[in-house]
Design a protein around this ligand. Structure first.
Ligand SMILES: [Zn+2]
Ligand SMILES: [Zn+2]
Length: 132
């Protein structure tokens, strides 16, 4: 196998291509590619398990079986959310109906808001409407 082919294999592996696909692409027997990858595994980092910080691009160690970590640190998470706030907020905005008066209002999907206004909240909590 030439150096060029080896590089191509590494590249395809990084892109997540399977052995068969790579063998078709490069016209190399599957067995050759498999044994190359096996031999090469120890020296090259386990790319498949690596995730990179969305903010700074640093590799983030993942804990198997846990939720995917998208940031290397809380600081990066905060910075990312701050710089993407517009996008994020827009996506997270949901229409809801006030539990008390039924009128429609918008709230972030993360918020627990159930009423269009504070007075509706008060009215709902403390027994139905204004008592004159
Ligand atoms: Zn980071
Ligand atoms: Zn209301």
């Amino acid at each position: 196998m030439t150096e060029f082919e080896k590089r191509r294999i590494d590249e395809y592996r990084r892109q997540g291509l399977g052995y068969i696909k790579i063998s078709q692409e490069l016209n190399i027997p599957v067995g050759t590619i498999k044994s190359y990858c096996r031999r090469n595994k120890a020296s090259s980092p386990q790319i498949d398990d690596k995730h990179y910080c969305r903010y700074c691009g640093k590799a983030v160690e993942q804990t198997t079986g846990r939720k995917e970590k998208k940031f290397c640190s809380d600081a990066c998470r905060m910075k990312w959310w701050n710089s993407n706030r517009d996008k994020v907020d827009h996506r997270a905005l949901r229409k809801r109906n006030c539990l008390f008066c039924g009128s429609e209002f918008t709230a972030y999907s993360t918020s627990a808001k159930k009423y269009c206004s504070h007075s509706c909240y008060i009215a709902f909590r403390f027994g139905g409407g204004s008592r004159e």
